[in-house]
Design a protein around this ligand. Structure first.
Ligand SMILES: Nc1ncnc2c1ncn2[C@@H]1O[C@H](COP(=O)(O)OP(=O)(O)OP(=O)(O)O)[C@@H](O)[C@H]1O
Ligand SMILES: [Mg+2]
Length: 215
């Protein structure tokens, strides 16, 4: 049995995380791996309640620091309750966004002091960092176009909420995080064909974890 691994998928809205996560999930299952596919926020029962607070449009008074702490409490709950036990059972855990999203969206995007985010992450998440993080890169201008391909009302809500400027800051944040941890991050050009990206992801997983060499 393979030892469990945590693989996270990161990148701007619409960069292709869910598309690639679904494909690699199927591939890993074909290779005989046990896989847990999960996402944040809202991966746990408590997380669902936190998500309700975070996404309620009436909560206009939600302070950015409170928002940050809510996201982090969901991530910590998710990590301890779901991800770590699955890893301990030897599962490949595929997570759609993880702590890097918090740093990028709340820190670089909303402008919360990165040191205050870092101080919480360093004791609660850093001991359990992902084994591998795929960062799918797309230009911030592509976000609107990608989201446009999906449900229209949903797109409108999302794009009304965040400005182009926000996505540019977030893209820069991802770039800085990936440069700081080149071993953990694998950056892939999210503008390539879905299948091309999928094959690149397979190649990295084969190389790092010795999965998928069986005939
Ligand atoms: N490589 C690609 N080239 C072109 N279109 C793509 C590619 N990957 C995904 N898409 C399309 O872009 C849209 C967004 O993809 P997807 O839902 O996988 O992104 P996401 O990163 O999960 O977004 P979100 O952050 O909003 O969850 C979908 O319509 C999807 O079919
Ligand atoms: Mg998605």
């Amino acid at each position: 049995m393979h030892s469990g691994k945590l693989i996270t998928f990161e990148g701007l809205d619409g960069c292709g995380k869910s598309t690639q996560l679904e494909k690699i999930n199927n591939w890993l299952i074909q290779q005989g791996c046990e896989v847990l596919k999960t996402k944040e926020p809202g991966g746990t029962r408590i997380g669902q309640q936190i998500r309700h607070i975070l996404l309620n449009p009436e909560h206009k008074e939600l302070n950015p620091e409170s928002e940050l702490l809510l996201y982090l409490s969901d991530r910590i709950q998710h990590l301890k309750e779901t991800i770590l036990p699955a890893k301990a059972q030897g599962k490949m855990v595929l997570c759609d966004r993880f702590h890097d999203s918090t740093v990028v969206y709340q820190g670089y995007g909303r402008g919360i002091d990165l040191r205050s985010i870092e101080s919480i992450i360093s004791y609660s998440i850093k001991p359990y960092l992902p084994d591998l993080t795929f960062l799918l890169t797309i230009p911030p201008e592509t976000v609107a176009h990608r989201l446009d391909q999906r449900d229209e009302q949903f797109v409108k809500d999302r794009l009304d909420m965040e400005s182009q400027d926000f996505f540019e800051r977030a893209a820069n944040g991802y770039h800085e995080l990936a440069s700081a941890e080149p071993e953990r991050f694998v950056c892939l050009n999210g503008e390539q064909e879905v299948e091309v990206i999928h094959q690149q992801i397979i190649a990295v997983i084969q190389q790092r974890f010795e999965i998928g060499f069986k005939s």
